[in-house]
Design a protein around this ligand. Structure first.
Ligand code: APR
Length: 234
């Protein structure tokens, strides 16, 4: 029986693939106001601006490649039952070969109904030649297609599933997240006490938990090499 490895990832694991993070200097939230492009109110106010913002991110995807951090994580499925709980909306974990990925904040390659955003009937996976969405492109219920993204202030439908995996973890690993955004940042609290927790990040991350966290202060690729070595040492 393989041990259960649960991994919480954030924008940092995709940094080495060329995706901007949000809160590092030069990050996305320095270039755009969150309230304009990542809230339902912002979308209501200016659907064109929001549609163009996500188009710009989505149309970069084909030029990005998973990095060694993504790939080493996928290879750990040989030794662990791995569940990746990601805050990222890119598809780099899947393209690296991770087979069990829970997207807490949605997926860039999907659009959905703006009236019934979480009804699976209306969620559409875009093909690369459809990555440029236009105002006027309608979902099956006749509403404007919106990004299949969880915006600030919206429910996080996948959080209960993520919590149930954290509660069963034998090892918990955090990679590339500033742990600023809840409920994702609170998942560590569901990991049973005594389960080893590792954190990979080149910068200091404030972890609001009294438990002992094994910090690997490196980027995702170098950090994953060290993590794999630690797991091999047993
Ligand atoms: N390797 C690993 N981590 C890195 C790297 C790297 N090469 N470069 C930067 N980081 C770390 C930063 O030090 C930081 O701790 O990645 C983290 C990125 O933090 P944020 O930019 O806050 O991104 P994230 O934590 O994923 O944001 C969470 O906020 O805006 C919302 O929905 C958005 O999902 C996002 C959520």
């Amino acid at each position: 029986m393989k041990k259960k490895l649960v991994v919480l990832t954030g924008a940092g694991i995709s940094a080495e693939s060329g995706m901007s993070t949000f809160r590092d200097s030069g990050g996305l939230w320095e270039q755009h106001r969150v309230e304009d492009v990542a809230t339902p109110e912002g979308y209501e106010r200016n659907p064109q601006l929001v549609t163009e913002f996500y188009n710009s991110l989505r149309m970069k995807l084909p030029d990005l490649e998973p990095n060694q951090g993504h790939r080493l994580l996928a290879m750990l499925e040989d030794r662990f039952e791995v569940t990746v709980v990601t805050q990222n909306v890119d598809n780099l974990h899947e393209r690296a070969g991770s087979s069990h990925v829970i997207h807490l904040h949605g997926e860039l390659t999907k659009v959905t109904s703006s009236w019934n955003p979480n009804n699976p009937k209306y969620i559409k996976e875009l093909q690369p030649d459809e990555y440029e969405v236009h105002v006027g492109d309608l979902a099956a219920d006749g509403s404007q297609f919106r990004p299949f993204i969880v915006w600030f202030g919206e429910a996080v439908p996948e959080i209960e599933k993520a919590i149930s995996y954290c509660e069963q973890a034998d090892v918990f690993l955090i990679i590339g997240t500033s742990l600023n955004v809840y409920p994702a940042a609170g998942l560590l609290n569901y990991v049973p006490w005594g389960v080893p927790v590792y954190l990979i990040d080149p910068n200091n991350v404030a972890v609001s938990s009294a438990r002992n966290v094994h910090v690997i202060q490196k980027g995702a690729s170098e950090g994953m090499k060290e993590f794999v070595r630690l797991m091999e040492e047993g």
